[in-house]
Each structure stands twice: as C-alpha cells, then as structure tokens.
Design a protein around this ligand. Structure first.
Ligand SMILES: *[C@@H]1O[C@H](CO)[C@@H](O)[C@H](O)[C@H]1NC(C)=O
Ligand SMILES: *[C@@H]1O[C@H](CO)[C@@H](O)[C@H](O)[C@H]1NC(C)=O
Ligand SMILES: [Zn+2]
Length: 314
C-alpha cells in the first residue's frame, strides 16, 4: 500500500520542520570559549543574531578622559534594596542569576522614570584581569555584576524603547578579605552546578552586596544594549567607579562550581562578550575626576563670600 502523495508531502514537511527545530536548538548562542571547543556547534559572539551586529552595542571600553561631566547625573534613590530576602538563584546555562521579584526599584540618576529591579547576574573569568565585560581605560576586572531593571512597574508594560532597561554595572576586584554579603550566593553555587537548576539563597539584601552608598555617586553613563542575544539596544548603562571586593576563594568558586553543560565537562567561565565599538556615542560621567564633593561650586562659594563680606562690613 502506498500513501497518497499529499499525505507523503505533509509527512516530509513535518519531518523537515522537526529537523529544523532541533538544529536551531543545537546552534544555540554561546560565548567564544564554548564556540572554540572542538565539535561545538553553538554560535559564538560573531554569529549572534537579533540586534547583535548593530552599532550601539555593549560592552565598551570606557575612556575616562573622554567622558563628559554631566551635572544631571545625580545620586540614585534605591527602594527595597534594603529588604532581606531569600532570593531564588539559578544557573541559566550562561550565568548565575538571582531573581529579584518586583519589590525593588530605583529612581534618580537622570533616569526618566522609576525602574523595577528584575534580576542580578554576573560575568567572570578564572583570571583576575579578563572577567568583566566593560573595561575602564583598557583595564578589565575579575568579574562584573549586572542588576537589570525595567522601566515602569510590572502592571504597566512598556514598549521597546532606547531606555526600556536600566542596568547597574559593578566591577568586582579580588582581595584577601572575605565579603560576607556574597557568602549566601557563593554557598548556593554548588547546588546549581548544572544548567536549568535553581535553589534558594540564605537571606541577604541587595544593599549589602553593593559598595557603600556614598561611593555610588561616582559613575559613567552611556546608551547601549543587552550583552546577550538578542542584544536589544534598549539599555541605559550605569557603570559605577567603586568596585566590589571579593576574597580570591569566593571568586574562584564561580568557575569551580558552575558548568555550562549537563555533563559538567565545561566549567562556566569567560562568559564575557567581546568589546564593541563606541561609534558616534558619548560617555558621560557624574563627577569631574578627583572632585570630592557632590555639591555644585556656587553652594560653597556663595556662603563663603557672604561670610567674608559680613566680616568685612562689621
Ligand atoms: C509583586 O506585585 C504583586 C502585585 O502587583 C504583589 O501582590 C506582590 O506582593 C509583589 N511581590 C513582591 C515580591 O513584592
Ligand atoms: C525553581 O523553579 C521552579 C519553577 O520556576 C519553582 O517552582 C521552584 O519553586 C524553584 N525552586 C526554588 C528552590 O526556588
Ligand atoms: Zn550581564
């Protein structure tokens, strides 16, 4: 018995479709270090699709002396960052990601609206000088932490725009002191070695993980993209000058405990997108280099002059 040719065609079409679906899954995006593996069939950064080949991409090298001081880049206000929480954390096959729910948000920092914190994740290497995505005057750090925010609240979704996301980026340096605030995350890593696994961290607040608040007034600002496919050019980037410090052993746990693959053959490290061209963009900074006070000059000069004048007139 032979099948009617229309049924045959339908079967062939279905087979082709199934094959196409499985082969796109095999050609999933990955980092350079994974693409370089023999027999890897994932797409490294030069083959990423979506907006990834456009020209307002991230990360970039920040040249500090080219960054223009912008007096509108005032301090941020952080809400809910002080809430202690048992965050859910997962290995998503590309990074380790803390899910932040909808209880934390930021305003200020010349952002046009309130931005909700969605997730926190990191980028790292096993070496101390190539794990950050951004570099500052050519210098890469051991790790970089990103807190991804979305404009508005969960109840009103915002259309794609150049400022749909605000990402706060923190450089991480390695030293010889334990960072207690990072211990809950570090301890959770061994429970999420495999991709697509999750766990709950011991209680911690976001604020505890950040540098001291008074240091957060110094930062760089530019418009760019997500650093993973589809690289949407929707990000207001804030790169803080003050690094976070971890103990070397805490830092090494990331490349020791986490794996890219189910079989745990490839440790997760160098999950870092290569630098992108700045192109026609301007990088801004919140303060002139070496400027200690956040106050504008007239607020200091006027009272001083008034005092002097008052003394003179007596
Ligand atoms: C998230 O928002 C919903 C309603 O919008 C609220 O009921 C819930 O408590 C919020 N969750 C957190 C973690 O704040
Ligand atoms: C892991 O994720 C699943 C699905 O999102 C969720 O139901 C579960 O509560 C999570 N487990 C932990 C320990 O957070
Ligand atoms: Zn990131």
């Amino acid at each position: 018995m032979s099948l009617p040719s229309s049924t045959m065609q339908l079967l062939l079409a279905l087979l082709a479709l199934a094959y196409a679906a499985s082969s796109t899954a095999d050609e999933h995006w990955c980092y350079e270090i994974q693409a370089k593996e023999p027999n890897s069939n994932c797409k490294g950064p030069s083959l990423w699709t979506g907006d990834c080949q456009k020209n307002h991409q991230s990360p970039i090298n920040i040249v500090t002396k080219e960054a223009k001081v912008n007096p509108n880049l005032k301090p941020f206000a952080f809400f809910g960052y002080d809430q202690k929480n048992k965050w859910e954390v997962k290995n998503d096959g590309h990074s380790v990601k803390m899910m932040l729910g909808n209880g934390s948000f930021i305003t200020g920092g010349d952002l046009p609206a309130k931005y909700q914190a969605v997730q926190l994740h990191l980028h790292w290497s096993q070496d101390l000088n190539k794990g950050s995505e951004h570099s500052i005057d050519g210098k890469h750090f051991a790790m970089e932490m990103h807190i991804v925010h979305e404009k508005g609240t969960s109840s009103n979704t915002v259309e794609d725009s150049k400022d749909k996301n605000a990402v706060l980026a923190f450089m991480i340096e390695v030293g010889d002191e334990e960072n207690k605030a990072f211990q809950p995350l570090v301890e959770a890593l061994s429970r999420i070695s495999k991709p697509s696994t999750n766990t709950t961290m011991n209680e911690i607040s976001l604020e505890d993980m950040l540098p001291k608040k008074e240091k957060l007034v110094h930062y760089f600002r530019y418009l760019g993209s997500l650093t993973t496919p589809t690289c949407d050019e929707t990000v207001v980037w804030t790169v803080f000058e003050e690094p976070i410090k971890l103990h070397k052993d805490q830092f090494l746990e990331f490349s020791k405990r986490l794996f890219y693959d189910e079989e745990q053959k490839f440790v997760m490290k160098d999950n870092v997108r290569p630098l992108q061209q700045l192109g026609d963009r301007q990088v801004f900074r919140s303060h002139a280099p070496g400027q200690l006070l956040a106050l504008p000059l007239p607020t200091l000069v006027v009272p001083t002059l008034t005092c002097l004048l008052a003394g003179f007139l007596q």
